[in-house]
Design a binder for this molecule. Structure first.
Ligand code: HEC
Length: 145
């Protein structure tokens, strides 16, 4: 009985030691993220001031579903099994004016899990985020597609 307790204690000590060693290892060579900062993505260069403001709103209110880069692959979308628009697909905005696009954001499409933004965001913010997301689907401003 005693022996097995000591064995257990010893195992704990060794285990803790290992954890500490691993902790030290992990903190040694800092692994630099290979992810490109969002502002440096080709799609986010040459933005107008209004689109720049729209990008910030997008990151805080829309990226959870539409994905940080706007591919419709946000974490909430994956978890809730919903299918947000991929803003890089030109078909998404084909034949839709910027004004109609803006209106779609104001109204949302609650049946399909796209929230209503009128009231939740100021009109200025809606116009800015509409401008930004609309620009993603315009081939001329998106060098990634
Ligand atoms: C809770 C998840 C969610 C959030 C948050 C969200 N969306 Fe969406 N969005 C969706 C879904 C789902 C669709 C697809 C709706 C459909 O298929 O009818 C969509 C569609 C759209 C569309 C396409 C409308 C069209 O005409 O087809 C636009 C534009 C859009 N979202 C903009 C935004 C903006 C801007 C924000 C942030 C202010 C935002 N969304 C936040 C889920 C979301």
């Amino acid at each position: 009985m005693m022996a097995s307790r000591y064995t257990l204690l010893l195992a704990l000590v060794v285990f803790t030691g290992l954890l500490t060693a691993c902790g030290n290892l992990a903190s040694e060579p800092e692994i630099v993220s290979t992810q490109v900062p969002i502002m440096d993505l080709p799609q986010n260069q040459n933005l107008t001031d209004r689109q720049q403001a729209g990008l910030q709103i997008f990151l805080s209110h829309c990226a959870s579903c539409h994905g940080e880069a706007g591919y419709g692959d946000g974490v909430v979308a994956a978890e809730a099994n919903i299918d947000p628009a991929n803003f890089h697909d030109p078909a998404v905005s084909a034949g839709i004016s910027l004004e109609a696009w803006t209106q779609a954001i104001r109204e949302g499409r609650v049946d399909n899990m796209m929230p209503t933004w009128q009231g939740a965001l100021s009109e200025d913010d809606i116009v800015a985020v509409a401008d930004y997301t609309y620009s993603l689907s315009q081939p001329s401003t998106d060098a990634t597609d």
